[in-house]
Design a protein around this ligand. Structure first.
Ligand code: PEP
Ligand code: MG
Length: 764
């Protein structure tokens, strides 16, 4: 693509991103494309799924009256052909084509050349973009690639707009469709019916939700206060920079002050407040409108002022937020929604009021989700299209089994989901009988079920649900909940609680595993490719002081209990283990000397998360006492699929044959070296995969407390011989979906349908 085309493309995309409604976006698109490509017609047809028709949504060149009225069935005309084939159709003599359909309502003269490009989003056709010329000519390859690139860029915008309101994207809740469904990825199963509460980051203009003003004059007063504060702030910045900057470089400050003149931005903001918007929302709308205008300007200097304008908006917003003391209290059955919700933000809230969590970012094994799962909160992540800002206080149903979110659900659906909730409560009640049972297969094989912990609630639930030990204590969780690295004594007392609740049972404590998606609020690691970056043991070996304070705290905490095991995360090479062992030995000797007490030497294990470890079990076995599979990361690295990227969530599966085969081999390698091997990734807590893991011969399955009872019930019902047959069969399959359905089929046939989460109660 030429530079000029790229520049045009960039401009069009920028304008579209700045527009505020789907109609506006599409109009911009057809006009700009027609102009840039010098074509007679440019039109966009969008798929109306309910009626299975392509509706003409915008056109430059066809009769304006046809827009919004003319439509074609999905199998009709050349537009239908593009949609069916899901590929470009480029014709120099369209009327001669067998699928050509003349539509008199469009005022269509005979346009000979036709180029149709599908607008695809997540493998689905959303619509078709068409350009036409009277002249008979093939469109060039450059024209094709220009439109393909444009459609790819725009498909997200269209998908989003389409999702919000089918036709019109408007931020006012009153314009929301009565009922709408969104799809994401299930993070933690369960069902919730409640009202949305938006968790938005402070001073983020684009995240400010629409909300009606409770009291207009109060909002006006708040705004006046914020404006005065910002004016003062800018004035003092100007004063401060007198000596440092030239007058023209400080011109920006006077531009800001002029914008803040009562007749400028404030007048517009106040007008919106008087119409009923709350002050923060009014600021956002006014700034966005101006940003859109600036972005369209030819003058590069003015276009670049967009960021200044946004900066000014953020300043006003920050002052408004400082003054806003009406932090919304959570009411019962609150459904938290946000782009991304951090673990820390979650645990700060009254957890018993959170009915569900829905985020547009994130994926099923992110840290927040792991915590939500421990707390038993239904969670759906990666709902990319969710129009967060428009959903304040809107009624929602969250079906976290299927990763579905329904906004403004009809009464019939609500009733059905209420019934399902009741059924689930019943299942949970029935499962309670498994709290005191042993996990023994019908053919008499005992399986050790451990719990994964991090919060105290995991420990309490783990004990209550009969866990035989802790298979993974995620020590980074208490680190995440603080505003600085906890000191040695602070750590000691936290670890002591964990160890003492499981006195006489093994507790596997993992050393700090931060990096990638596990960020500490006070120690952020910014990296391009963080999953492959500075994380786990790579970080702690570079910070031996942090590593040692943790080891020392763990050793001290274990005095008299002797149940400590230490697990090293994200190990890649034997040398890392050697280094860690050196530090461990040194700390073990030092702590005993200091405390004047003998401390049982903890058993040391490594996590199998990086594929390199799979190939060096013999070598690692010389140094460590046990292995524990972190299947969340191992799956991520074996399949080269980001565990936190909702776009590729469909590629991420621990039932992938490569994962299953790697694990089968791993267990054999560990046992040949006479080393126990456990698994503590989410795979262990999924009844379907747990059966396979048991057949592979894992010594221990360690899981979130919310999964223990399901897995125990499953084990009590599936003979080891059946599990072995299942494993033998699925190891021959080449597709994770086939593996899943094979297992589900077995579960259904053997009265275990309830253990297949959500599968038995599909609501469509
Ligand atoms: C894993 O990777 O499977 C694991 C248990 O560790 P985490 O999920 O904390 O990365
Ligand atoms: Mg991991």
């Amino acid at each position: 693509m030429s530079n000029m085309q790229l520049e045009t493309l960039r401009r069009i995309v920028q304008e579209i991103n700045a527009s505020t409604s789907l109609h506006e976006s599409l109009d911009i698109m057809v006009n700009q494309v027609a102009e840039a490509m010098h074509v007679d017609v440019c039109s966009i047809y969008l798929l109306d799924e309910r009626n299975q028709r392509y509706l003409l949504m915008a056109s430059k060149g066809l009769k304006p009256e046809a827009v919004g009225h003319v439509s074609l069935q999905t199998g009709e005309g050349l537009v239908g052909l593009v949609g069916q084939r899901e590929e470009i159709v480029n014709l120099d003599n369209a009327p001669k084509h067998e699928r050509f359909m003349y539509l008199p309502e469009t005022g269509e003269e005979i346009y000979n050349s036709f180029l149709g490009v599908p607008v695809m989003y997540r493998r689905k056709v959303m619509g078709v973009l068409v350009v036409q010329n009277k002249e008979s000519q093939d469109f060039s390859e450059a024209a094709e690639s220009f439109l393909v690139t444009l459609c790819a860029q725009l498909s997200g915008v269209i998908a989003h707009a389409h999702a919000v309101g089918n036709i019109d994207v408007c931020r006012k809740p009153s314009n929301l469709p009565a009922y709408k469904t969104f799809q994401g990825v299930s993070g933690s199963g369960g069902i919730a019916i409640g009202r949305a509460v938006i968790l938005y980051p402070p001073a983020d203009l684009s995240a400010v939700p629409d909300r009606e003003a409770d009291d207009i004059s109060e909002e006006l007063t708040l705004l006046d206060g914020a404006l005065t504060a910002v004016r003062e702030e800018i004035q003092s910045l100007d004063d401060k920079m007198q000596d440092a900057l030239m007058a023209e470089e400080r011109a920006l400050f006077s531009v800001f002050l002029r914008m803040l003149d009562e007749n400028a931005l404030p007048a517009e903001i106040k007008e919106l407040i008087r119409e009923g918007h709350w002050a923060q929302g009014a600021v956002r709308i006014v700034i966005e409108n101006h940003v859109a205008q600036f972005a369209q300007m030819e003058d590069e200097y003015l276009r670049e002022r967009v960021s200044d304008l946004k900066d000014l908006g953020r300043r006003i917003l920050a002052k408004l937020q400082e003054a806003d003391e009406s932090h919304r209290e959570l009411t019962d059955e609150s459904i938290l929604i946000g782009e991304e919700i951090s673990t820390a933000a979650l645990v700060e809230l009254p957890v018993d009021k959170i009915a569900a969590i829905v985020t547009t970012e994130g994926a099923m094994n992110s840290h927040m989700v792991i915590v939500a799962r421990a707390l038993g909160i239904p969670t759906v992540v990666g709902v990319t299209e969710l129009p967060i800002n428009t959903l304040d206080d809107v009624e929602m149903i969250v079906d976290a089994h299927q990763g579905r979110v329904f906004i403004n659900p009809p009464r019939r659906l609500r009733t059905r989901y209420k019934e399902i909730q009741k059924e689930e409560e019943q299942i949970a009640k029935d499962l309670r009988q498994y709290e005191t049972k042993d996990a023994i297969t019908p053919d008499g094989i005992a399986v050790r079920l451990f719990v994964n912990t991090g919060l105290m609630i995991d420990v309490v639930r783990g004990v209550q649900r009969g866990a035989k030990g802790v298979g993974l204590y995620r020590s980074e969780i208490p680190f995440m909940l603080r505003d600085r690295f906890p000191g040695e004594e602070e750590q000691r007392s936290i670890y002591r609680q964990q160890l003492s609740h499981f006195a006489n049972k093994p507790v596997v404590m993992r050393t700090l595993d931060i990096g990638a998606d596990k960020d500490l609020p006070y120690f952020s690691i910014e990296e391009e490719n963080s999953a492959l970056g500075w994380r786990g043991i790579r970080f702690t070996l570079d910070h031996p002081e942090i590593f040692s304070s943790q080891i020392r705290a763990m050793l001290k905490a274990s005095i008299g209990l002797n149940n400590l095991h230490i697990l090293l995360p994200m190990v890649t090479s034997v040398s890392e283990v050697e280094e860690a062992l050196y530090l461990l030995e040194r700390d073990w000797i030092a702590v005993q000397e200091e405390e004047q007490v003998k401390i049982t030497k903890p058993k040391i294990g490594i996590m199998v998360e990086v594929p390199s470890v799979l190939h060096q079990i013999d070598e690692f076995s010389e140094f460590v006492d046990f292995f524990s599979v972190g299947s969340n990361d191992l799956t991520q690295y074996l399949l080269a699929v980001d565990r936190n990227n909702p776009r590729v969530a469909n590629v991420y599966s621990h039932l992938h044959p490569a994962v299953l085969r790697a694990l089968t081999r791993l267990v054999a390698d560990c046992h040949r070296n006479e080393k126990p091997v456990s698994i503590c990734g989410e795979m262990a807590g999924d009844p379907l995969s747990a059966v396979l893991l048991m057949a592979m011969g894992f010594n221990t399955l360690s899981m979130s407390s919310s999964n223990i009872l399901r897995v125990r019930k499953t084990i009590c019902h599936v003979p080891l011989t059946d599990a072995q047959d299942l494993l033998e069969h699925v190891l021959k399959l080449d597709n994770p979906l086939m593996v899943k359905s094979w297992l589900e089929h077995y579960f259904r046939k053997h009265g275990l349908a309830d253990m297949v989460k959500g599968a038995s109660r599909l609501v469509t």
